[in-house]
Design a protein around this ligand. Structure first.
Ligand code: AMP
Ligand code: FES
Ligand code: ZN
Length: 307
């Protein structure tokens, strides 16, 4: 027996959202998805419709769905897509092509930072450094710094990323497990800048389960990368995500409930945690806990092995 959509009551239902007790057709699902993005932006006061908003787009399903849904939910907002070409062989070129395609499709401006031509190295070059077994960690540091550079070029102080509900809850479990309280509070939906001229980081997909980003991309015919990063090395996070999916089978609202309670805990944690003492990096001038920041240290290291 075909189930009809609970919203429009005419088309056949294709998507079951157990946590919301909803069965939706593809059109109503897309509407539901975009409405949740709009409500999340409004609930956490992420930006105002007339702001200029930078969107970090990697080419993956999450950030591609993010850019498309933001543009649909806030048609008058000036979004600018920000992409970092990491120079990873058999991967980065493909990602950039997908991002360019979507930016064109949505008529959104695109600003690209090209690691190889602008800084003279690629993420692959870290294979020759002590980071060879944890390339993702070096890559994360480089990306965080370059998001700020790109935002400055784009003249925006708001930076949206595609972190989804599963990313946030899985990372929360990791940080909790490791007692990494300062990183734990950084998972909040709106992260204020460490220094006045830096960006507010926003997560409009914080309430969106990961699997729905893929569905949204497919139903909305959004291009997205089809290959995985050859350095992907996030086993711990993947294990946590698998565990969350397993727990959500018995209790469909599990991830949402975890997030809800975590958001209540953040202000309490923030009061209890000592703020890191920051200075400015003597090389790049970005906030840093040491004389030279993590980004500049890694750049120096990779340049040495390239010589
Ligand atoms: P990740 O840390 O790879 O899970 O990515 C988290 C978020 O960072 C993505 O959803 C994007 O918003 C952003 N991001 C990651 N890689 C890139 C990239 N190469 N260029 C632009 N944004 C990126
Ligand atoms: Fe950074 Fe894969 S995208 S190591
Ligand atoms: Zn620096």
């Amino acid at each position: 027996m075909t189930v009809t959509c609970r919203r429009c009551r005419s088309a056949p239902a294709e998507v079951q959202l157990a946590y919301a007790k909803l069965s939706l057709c593809s059109n109503c699902f897309q509407e539901f998805y975009v409405n949740r993005v709009r409500r999340t932006v409004e609930e956490f006061k992420m930006f105002k419709p007339k702001d200029k908003v930078g969107v970090a787009v990697s080419g993956g399903k999450d950030s591609m769905a993010l850019l498309h849904s933001l543009k649909t939910a806030f048609p008058i907002t000036n979004f600018i897509a920000l992409h970092i070409d990491l120079g990873i062989k058999d991967y980065s070129k493909h990602c950039k092509e997908k991002v360019e395609k979507l930016a064109k499709m949505l008529d959104v401006e695109l600003e690209v930072f090209d690691l190889e031509s602008e800084l003279g190295f690629s993420i692959d070059d870290f294979r020759k450094t002590v980071y060879r077994r944890k390339l993702c960690s070096a890559c994360g540091t480089i990306k965080r710094h370059l998001f700020e550079v790109l935002a400055e070029r784009a003249k925006t102080r708001i930076l949206a990323t595609g972190h989804n509900l599963d990313d946030v809850v899985a990372t929360m479990l990791n940080n909790f497990f490791n007692g990494n309280w300062s990183q734990l509070v950084r998972l909040k939906p709106v992260l204020k800048p460490l220094m006045p001229n830096q960006t507010f980081k926003i997560k409009p997909l914080i309430k969106t389960p990961e699997e729905e980003n893929l569905l949204y991309c497919l139903y909305s015919e959004i291009p997205f990368r089809e290959v995985d990063c050859p350095h992907a090395h996030t086993e711990r996070l993947k294990e946590n995500k698998d565990m969350l999916k397993y727990l959500s089978k018995g209790n469909p609202g599990f991830r949402h409930q975890m997030l809800k309670n975590f958001l209540k805990l953040i202000p309490i944690l923030e009061k209890a945690i000592e703020k890191p003492k920051l200075t400015t990096c003597k090389i790049c001038g970005f906030p840093s806990s040491a004389e030279v920041c993590a980004f500049c240290k890694r750049v120096e290291m990779v340049r040495k092995v390239k010589k």
